[in-house]
Design a protein around this ligand. Structure first.
Ligand code: PEP
Length: 248
């Protein structure tokens, strides 16, 4: 299965900074043909990023989307507008959106359906908090988020990102065993929902992925890629992650 390595820049980088990053980064990953390389800049930098990655294999993603096609929804951006800006993917259900913008499973599901209907690939995020992990609820939370978030969604162009909330931006990575355990569980849930077709869904890990831990994480059986925040902001560091070497 082709690996899927995505950068989530969150609320970072101006247009000028985006251009500067791309000018260095795109040549660094010219040789990486066996990996899907995806970058999700903020909305304001999508057009500049699209221009700078033109002609390369790097793919553009948005960090969010609204579910309606157009109309009186001040501040929101429709799936068609993202396609128009050059996006091929969108991140949906990130824990920061669930936490700060109160997006629940129903909202996440509406966004996923609308994005897929428009033809965008979806990077669907799920993950448990530290409290949930410590009280033994990890699998229940993950099952609920995956089943409810993906109701009525076909498996094509779907990537599931497992992002334990306690590992995001904290420097605390899940151990390869912890990550693998949940990835295998997600694979099982997806098989129940999609049967054999679930094999086309890549399950990627996110949570303090760096050049130092990517090789061991990518060596895990059910980890097919990474969603990277902090370590994706520097071209050298993100390029090293794209050039991971599976370690057993
Ligand atoms: C993320 O927010 O998707 C993420 C994984 O962030 P970080 O790599 O900084 O933990």
């Amino acid at each position: 299965m082709k690996a899927f390595i995505a950068a989530n820049w969150k609320m970072n980088k101006t247009v000028a900074e985006t251009r500067e990053f791309m000018k260095t980064f795109v040549p660094l990953v010219k040789d990486a043909s066996d990996v899907d390389i995806v970058i999700a800049p903020p909305f304001t930098a999508l057009a500049a990023a699209a221009e700078e990655m033109k002609g390369s294999a790097v793919q553009l993603s948005s960090q969010d989307v609204f579910w309606e096609e157009k109309g009186a929804f001040t501040g929101e951006v429709a799936p068609g507008m993202l396609l128009d800006a050059g996006c091929r993917h969108v991140i949906i259900g990130h824990s920061e959106r669930r936490q700060y913008f109160h997006e629940d499973d129903a909202v996440v599901n509406k966004k996923v359906k609308s994005a897929r209907k428009a033809g965008l690939g979806v990077i669907f995020c799920c993950g448990e908090s530290l409290d949930e992990r410590e009280s033994g609820k990890t699998f229940d939370v993950i099952r609920r988020e995956v089943e409810m978030g993906l109701v009525g969604v076909e498996p094509e162009q779907l990537v599931v990102a497992y992002e334990p909330i306690w590992a995001i931006g904290t420097g605390k990575t899940a151990t390869p065993d912890q990550a693998q355990e949940v990835h295998a569980f997600i694979a099982g849930v997806l098989t129940k929902v999609y049967g054999n077709k679930s094999g086309i869904i890549r399950i990627i890990y996110g949570g303090s992925v760096t050049p130092d831990n990517v090789d061991i994480l990518m060596g895990c059986k059910d980890i097919s890629g990474a969603l990277v925040g902090g370590a994706s902001l520097k071209p050298d560091s993100f390029s090293r992650i794209v050039h991971f070497k599976k370690e057993k």
